[in-house]
Design a protein around this ligand. Structure first.
Ligand SMILES: [Zn+2]
Length: 474
């Protein structure tokens, strides 16, 4: 019943909203060196102060949680809803063309600048949603709180601090992901494993290095072979290049007679490994081919790589070979990424680490035990440890249905809940979901060059959030 008033109010505040957002974007809030009272450095503290003043100016009751987070409350009565946004940003990338990252610019229906979409724009949309409800005098029975943190991009220790002092609200949403809504984050199993490799003599793998972060599909692998001539290695590399699609380059080291192979694939996030092309598994394909041909058939290291390759063959991003492929309707298919493998013949130790994102149907019996067994049977020692369960707020809960209803009301289309293999800001909350502000089909260049927010999306988000506040707290 308040829709028209809310819509008119938000539309009338467009310029003010853009000015407030610009002021926040102009503050470089990349995490810096900690200082007394500034746990994440100057920038994050400054942006929290700026938000606190805005909240105060619009009549919210504010609290500063020691520069980890700031909050603004509105409404009498018990707290019903927390809206959780963040004001820190990722470091700037190199090739901005429209404007400089901290010089916000309104152009062609968009506002450009670092943080406009992740997550300062959504934070301002939430602030204006509360402001609308307040200034329109819409009566609330319960209260709403906007929480702005400043460490989402570097591990969310801001929330650890905040929730060390405060209770989780009955309902929480974070406008730090996608519309319509994400109510499910897959389970995660990410474990290291090792293998002692006896020293080989003769032709063999001298070193193998690929990957440094387990949650990234390795874009590069570097290996060195001894006792293999450059033409043999070159021919095998050419074949591996054809079968894997990765780029191989082979160079001879005249000083010690070894041959170096550089493999280049395509990096991707471990939650979406199918979007990358692993240089690591491509390199293992190459080593396995040399084993099969008898060239490295007697080298313990090469044989270890061949066994590992059977568990994690190139292109198998869903765990078929390991016997852990599974999927369900709510949460999609399991994904796997062998993120790190390091080996040096001088210390005789192979170490690796994988990262699986698993659907709701996964558990420690059908996943952890199976992959552990697989690795043990192949001579590897997996570290102890269990799966981190999925985060899930049921789609048929009243809270999720309310949010989807507001989405549908404004977008005029059916809103189906989404799942993600990645984590969101509400990962640790029992009753938290991600809600907005990215819309399907628009690439906001989050974390990249020329990040922007569409102004229409900013406005519609503020209206939707106000609609939600009225429904949940009214
Ligand atoms: Zn974010």
């Amino acid at each position: 019943m308040y829709k028209q008033q809310i819509d008119a109010y938000i539309d009338s505040k467009k310029e003010e909203m853009l000015a407030d957002l610009s002021a926040l974007v102009a503050i470089n809030s990349v995490r810096g060196e900690a200082a007394p009272g500034k746990p994440y450095g100057e920038g994050p503290a400054k942006v929290l102060d700026a938000m606190l003043s805005l909240m105060q100016r619009y009549g919210l009751a504010v609290t500063d949680y020691d520069h980890y987070a700031v909050t603004g409350d509105f409404g009498e009565g018990e707290k019903e809803l927390d809206i959780l946004a963040h004001l820190d940003v990722v470091p700037v990338t190199e090739d901005w063309t429209v404007t400089a990252p901290f010089t916000p610019l309104v152009k062609d229906g968009r506002i450009y600048g670092r943080g406009t979409s992740d997550d300062k724009g959504p934070a301002v949309a939430a602030l204006y949603a509360i402001r609308a409800v307040k200034e329109l005098g819409i009566p609330l029975k319960k209260s709403v709180r906007l929480i702005c943190g400043s460490d989402e991009e570097c591990g969310s220790s801001d929330l650890e601090y905040y929730y060390g002092k405060e209770q989780e609200a009955p309902c929480t949403f974070t406008p730090d992901a996608d519309f319509p809504l994400i109510n499910l984050e897959k389970a995660r199993l990410a474990k290291p494993f090792t293998c002692e490799v006896p020293a080989g003599s003769g032709a063999g793998v001298a070193s193998f290095m690929s990957g440094d972060k387990v949650n990234v599909v390795p874009g590069k692998a570097q290996l060195t072979l001894r006792g293999v001539d450059v033409s043999t290695a070159g021919a095998a590399a050419k074949e591996a290049q054809e079968t894997t699609g990765a780029a191989f380059s082979v160079t001879e080291n005249p000083a010690d007679g070894t041959v170096s192979i550089l493999v280049k694939g395509t990096a991707a996030h471990a939650a979406t490994p199918q979007e990358g092309n692993s240089a690591l598994t491509a390199a293992m394909t190459f080593v396995s081919a040399l084993v099969e041909r008898g060239i490295l058939a007697h080298d313990p290291a090469a044989l270890a790589f061949a066994r590992l390759n059977r568990i994690f063959p190139h292109g198998d991003t869903c765990g078929k070979a390991a016997g852990i492929a599974m999927e369900d309707e709510v949460s999609g298919a399991l994904t796997q990424n062998l993120g790190i493998v390091h080996y040096d013949s001088r210390d005789g130790k192979l170490t690796g680490q994988y990262d699986m994102r698993a659907p709701l149907c996964a558990n420690d019996e059908n996943l952890t035990a199976v992959i552990d067994r697989c690795l043990k049977d192949a001579g590897f020692t997996p570290e102890e440890g269990n799966m981190k369960p999925a985060h899930y707020v049921p789609a048929d809960s009243a809270f999720v249905q309310t949010l989807l209803g507001s989405y549908e009301r404004y977008f005029g289309k059916k809103g189906r809940p989404l799942y993600t293999g990645g984590g969101t800001y509400v990962h640790e909350l029992e009753r938290g979901v991600a809600f907005g502000c990215m819309v399907e089909g628009v690439d906001n260049h989050m974390h990249g060059d020329d990040e922007f927010m569409e102004i229409d999306t900013l406005l519609i988000s503020a209206k939707i959030f106000a609609d939600v506040i009225v429904k949940l707290c009214g």
